[in-house]
Design a protein around this ligand. Structure first.
Ligand code: PEP
Ligand code: MG
Length: 589
């Protein structure tokens, strides 16, 4: 639970002497949890002197060179951001790479120069060209392509900002809160380096690239406050409440003191959580629960060890593809896997095979799919592209030489997929043996249970594998026939629907019967209201994001196994998600 607060001295000066313009609260959307109190820095992309739409023929050459200078400045900015991102977040790094691809596209550049040659000002040419590209993407059937519209908008705004010589002030004073129309991921990386406390924006989706980064960086953020840059004035004291999704402008003394109190309370809470590192993860009556973490990068593996995790329950290896925009070589993959395995050693690390699908990474998918979630995804894709799969298996096996590596197959829906995948794994072991390459010949093989079919067939599947992990994100999507990325059906998509809980209960019973370990690694594992119920359903292994590990441990240590069983019984027999929330909320603060 991140708390970002300005210094003690500053807080005092805020509390004491400022002329108040009257406290008011702006309501937005909570995008990244946490509290920040500081001075607002409002970023208006100054329009500068307005440029004409058309230019005279003798101005063309100068205008083209003005455009090229701006373009180069944007590329330089993105390259710098990409270097910063590499050590901060694989997700952001890949986003910036895609911005670079757009900005560096020679066809787009050529076309803008031609528009300028035909008499358009650089600004008008940039707007026309990027809007034309956006128009094509908006019409695309492919949702992945449609999502790229946002990237084109970001790039266009950066080029325009450079052209107008109105670069956002990346060197905002430390301990300030940035208020802007929108913020790009690379802005955010720069701001983070100048110790910005939090963010307020007018637009953006909860899953926009910038919000993903804010959460990655633990920076409180509230988005969707339409009037933010006009209602807030630079220098004003503001409070960003990333839990409630509100921004308090010019807080009065009582409000400020209340937020300072909450800050101390939350800081205490974090400290108490820190004390749980090294404490056993078990209910108060001694039932042990193993806590693993989900990681995307080698850096997060270190975090997992420091938090006292029992291991790494999920490495989403497709991040490596998204980050690089291609399939890395066996050597590159081996190095990345080995680094994670070594950093976590002797804790076990579970590498999940590339969960490629049209929504995440489409290289290798032969043509457009109308229903990508139901198409060539996960293990289906890997068996369709055996060369890609074999290279990954060999790389993981090579990295398994220290014997702490496990391998997991995503999106299994029929047993034949497991049989075929195991044959590929055996072939790879054979090859490594013949080459005299050290590896773990007994590397445990597991599967994700994330389709209703796999859930209902757990007993049969369990006989063929060493472990299983329930992917509640996809299990929910497929059980409720509800696209997990479609906001139009977001009210139906909820992992606490009784159908999902009954499937989980079924899987756990079948796995226990077969004496095979089963964990849960979807978002549900970190859901505060669900922990006791899940333990009560018989789950004794969870894998969550590193930030949630100690929260989960504290909830488990605060309950008894009998209470968990009660909660589970009450929840699974409900008939709606709302009823499940009601019963799980009873007796909670
Ligand atoms: C899941 O589906 O719950 C899961 C952990 O996998 P992903 O979110 O990567 O699909
Ligand atoms: Mg999944």
């Amino acid at each position: 639970m991140p708390i970002r607060l300005s210094t003690h001295a500053e807080r005092h000066s805020m509390i004491r002497g400022e002329p108040s313009r009257g406290e008011h609260t702006l309501k937005g959307i909570p995008a990244s949890a946490g509290l920040a109190i500081g001075k607002a820095v409002v970023l208006n992309v100054a329009t500068g002197s307005s440029t004409p739409e058309r230019i005279a023929p003798h101005e063309v050459e100068a205008e083209v060179s003005r455009f090229r200078v701006a373009l180069e400045a944007v590329v330089a900015e993105l390259v710098r951001a990409s270097e910063l991102a590499r050590s901060e977040s694989a997700t952001v790094s890949s986003i910036i790479e895609s911005f670079l691809l757009i900005v560096g596209d020679p066809i787009v550049t050529q076309s803008i120069c031609e528009r300028i040659g035909a008499g358009a000002s650089a600004e008008a040419a940039v707007i026309a060209e990027y809007d034309a590209a956006k128009g094509t993407l908006v019409m695309a059937n492919d949702p992945f392509l449609r999502e790229r519209v946002q990237d084109f908008e970001h790039v266009r705004e950066r080029v325009l900002a450079m052209l107008r010589n109105a670069t956002l002030a990346h060197s905002v004073a430390s301990d300030s809160i940035v208020v802007a129309g929108s913020i790009t991921p690379q802005d955010m990386l720069f701001f983070k380096h100048s110790k910005t406390l939090g963010f307020v924006t007018e637009v953006g989706g909860i899953n926009s690239h910038a919000c993903i980064l804010a959460r990655d960086l633990s920076l409180p953020a509230v988005i969707g406050i339409r009037s933010a840059t006009t209602e807030i004035v630079s220098g004003q004291t503001i409070i960003v409440d990333g839990f409630a999704g509100v921004v308090v402008v010019d807080p009065d003394e009582a409000t400020l003191l209340e937020y300072v109190r909450r800050h101390h309370e939350l800081a205490e809470h974090r400290k108490r959580l820190g004390e749980l590192i090294g404490q056993p993860s078990q209910t108060s009556d001694g039932v042990g629960v193993k806590l693993y973490v989900n990681v995307d990068t080698p850096q997060q593996a270190v975090e997992a060890v420091m938090q006292g995790a029992d291991g790494i329950g999920l490495v989403r290896t497709e991040f490596l593809l998204v980050q690089q925009g291609r399939y890395p070589t066996v050597e590159e993959q081996e190095e990345w896997y080995r680094e994670i395995a070594l950093r976590a050693f002797p804790l076990p690390v579970t590498f999940r095979a590339f969960d490629v699908g049209s929504d995440k990474f489409r290289i290798g998918i032969p043509h457009h799919e109308d229903n990508p979630a139901l198409g060539l995804r996960g293990i289906r894709f890997l068996l369709f592209k055996p060369d890609v799969f074999e290279q990954q298996v060999c790389a993981v096996l090579r990295a398994s030489a220290n014997r702490n590596v496990r391998f997991m197959l995503p999106m299994v829906s029929v047993i034949d997929e497991v049989v075929q995948a195991k044959a590929v794994i055996e072939r790879c072991k054979e090859r490594l043996r013949a080459e005299g390459v050290d590896h773990d010949p007994n590397m445990p093989i597991g599967i994700m249970i994330e389709t209703p079919s796999a859930a209902l067939m757990t007993e049969s599947l369990a006989a063929s594998v060493d472990f299983m992990s329930i992917g509640s994100n996809d299990l929910t999507q497929y059980a409720l026939a509800t696209d997990r990325t479609n906001e139009l059906v977001a009210d139906i998509y909820d992992a606490l629907h009784p159908s999902v809980l009954r499937l989980i209960a079924f899987v756990v019973d079948a796995a226990n019967k077969m004496n095979k370990p089963v964990s849960l690694c979807g978002e549900l594992a970190g859901h505060a209201i669900a922990s006791e119920m899940l333990v009560g359903l018989g789950l004794h292994e969870f894998s969550v994001s590193p930030a949630l590990l100690l929260e989960l441990k504290s909830r488990i240590r605060a309950t008894t196994h009998a209470a968990c069983v009660e909660r589970a019984k009450a929840a699974v027999f409900q008939s709606s998600t709302a009823d499940v929330y009601t019963v799980l909320s009873q007796g909670r603060p």
